[in-house]
Structures are given as structure tokens and as C-alpha cells.
Design a protein around this ligand. Structure first.
Ligand SMILES: [Zn+2]
Ligand SMILES: [Zn+2]
Length: 275
């Protein structure tokens, strides 16, 4: 149904990881906003960095609370038990209703350190300096090689495909127009296409004020369309006010690029929604 994409938000964090609201608050607000599907996607337990992900105890709490909410909202709104699974996580993503496969780290080939590439500028700078001989584009290549590995795990949704650009506004760390950048993104995109991944158009970069463009960039979306790839719109919500932030802009952008449809995730899997 046209506009159906406005009624599904499936990349959603809560207080149990790095979000601002409880699962219950999210559910109340999603229902009031008229959503048909609310999919929670807490950050999977990832032993290399325990800063923002769910501990095993939190993961158990997450599971229990979502089971209760599913019952509470039965017949009113579909609640999905999902996970944002990181490449370096030790959780089993197939134990969930669906999972978003994401890369948040690059492992330094020299020091063995795991660098969070999307948060502190000092971390990305240290990664480039200490592990990649000052070559920012080499970090980009390592990042997209990790994205290809996630694509091979057949996630329900491949998360924020070009997250590596998040704190690179103004090309601070590397030049996004360099052919090496495009080549690295392209090879990960090929792997995603071979594995029939669904890419998310993720609007959080704009909501959170890091960028003026969404993930993925327009050049990547054009290439993905040429590969007959499918997309789903998400807001990578960390704050209940953002449940469908930027959805209409994302849909308009996709339409202008030549996309005729987006996929919408619901309790029965994906359905197709014309643009
Ligand atoms: Zn993420
Ligand atoms: Zn997320």
C-alpha cells in the first residue's frame, strides 16, 4: 500500500543500550504515532567494547520485556524482537525475529586494537595514525571489507552501509570523492548484491546532526539501483521523537533517483511498497 513505509520503524534502540527511552515508552509513542510495526534492534553484546552494547544480563531483560510488550500490543501493533548485530559480536543473531547486520569497528592490523569508527574523532585519528600509516583511505578499505563480511552473514537488513563517513564531514579524515573510496564501497556493494541483502536508508546521520546526507550516499544508492537492489527506510532511533524522522525525505530522494518501491518489514517479513 502506498505510504505503508511510514508505519514501520525497525531500527530502534532503547535505554537498555544507548537509547534515551525505555522499551515501554517507545511502544507507547509508536502506537500513538500510528505505527503498525515497531521493531527493536538493541546493540548486540560485543566483547571488544562494552561501552554501548547490551551485557548478557541486559540482553535477557530485553528479551523478557519485549515478550511482555508483544502480548500487551497484540492486535494493535506488531512488536518485533530484533537485534543490531555487530560483526564482532558473540551473540547469535538467528535467535531473534530479524537482525540488522552492522559494522562499527575496524581492527588495527598492527596493534590488534578495535577502533570505534563512528564516535570520537580521537579514536578515528588514532586508528589512521597508529595502524594504517596515516592513510585514511586504508581505514575506509578495511571498513568496507568488514561490511562485505557482514553481507555474507545474510542479515535481514544490512545496516548503515557507509557509516565510515559519519564523522568525516568536510572530508576531515579522508576524501570521499577519491576513486579508492568508491572502489571500496563498490566491492562491498557487489557482495551485498550477491547475497541479496536489503540495504537500509538510515536517516540518523541528519537527526543526530553529524551529516546533511543519509546513509548510504547518493552515488551508492544509484549503483545499488543498477544492481536491482532493495532498500528499507529506517531512522536508527535513539530517541522516541525520531521514530520516522526523515522518512518522507528519504522516500522522495529514492523516487528522484529512480526507485519505484521500498520494502517494509512487518511481522510476516518484507512487503513491497510503491513510491
Ligand atoms: Zn549501528
Ligand atoms: Zn543502530
Amino acid at each position: 500500500m502506498a505510504g505503508e513505509y511510514m508505519r514501520s520503524s525497525v531500527h530502534v534502540h532503547s535505554k537498555l543500550c544507548d537509547g534515551k527511552n525505555s522499551l515501554e515508552e517507545m511502544a507507547v509513542l509508536a502506537w500513538r504515532a500510528g505505527l503498525q510495526t515497531l521493531g527493536f534492534s538493541g546493540h548486540s553484546h560485543t566483547p571488544c567494547d562494552l561501552e554501548y552494547c547490551m551485557s548478557p544480563a541486559r540482553t535477557a531483560q530485553y528479551k523478557g520485556e519485549i515478550a511482555k510488550l508483544k502480548k500487551q500490543y497484540e492486535g494493535k501493533m506488531d512488536i518485533l524482537y530484533g537485534l543490531e548485530w555487530d560483526l564482532f559480536s558473540d551473540d547469535d543473531p538467528t535467535a531473534y525475529d530479524y537482525f540488522i547486520g552492522s559494522v562499527h569497528y575496524v581492527r588495527g592490523p598492527k596493534t590488534g586494537r578495535y577502533y570505534e569508527i563512528d564516535w570520537r574523532e580521537a579514536d578515528l585519528a588514532a586508528c589512521i595514525r597508529d595502524d594504517f600509516d596515516g592513510d585514511g583511505l586504508a581505514v575506509v578499505e578495511a571498513y568496507f571489507a568488514n561490511v562485505a563480511k557482514v553481507a555474507e552473514k545474510h542479515p535481514t537488513i544490512l545496516g548503515h552501509f557507509d557509516l565510515i563517513k559519519k564523522i568525516n564531514a568536510g572530508n576531515k579524515f579522508f576524501d570521499e570523492s577519491d576513486p579508492r573510496y568508491a572502489a571500496a564501497a563498490s566491492s562491498a556493494l557487489m557482495v551485498a548484491a550477491r547475497n541479496r541483502c536489503v540495504l537500509e536508508v538510515n536517516t540518523s546521520s541528519v537527526y543526530r546532526g553529524f551529516r546533511e546526507d543519509f546513509y548510504p550516499s547518493e552515488a551508492i544508492l544509484k549503483e545499488w539501483l543498477a544492481l536491482s537492489g532493495n532498500v528499507v527506510i529506517t531512522a536508527d532511533v535513539h530517541d522516541a521523537k525520531a521514530l520516522t524522522f526523515g522518512y518522507e525525505e528519504a522516500a522522495a530522494q529514492l523516487k528522484a533517483l529512480g526507485y519505484s518501491k521500498v520494502l517494509v518489514l512487518g511481522k510476516g517479513g518484507f512487503s513491497s511498497c510503491p513510491l
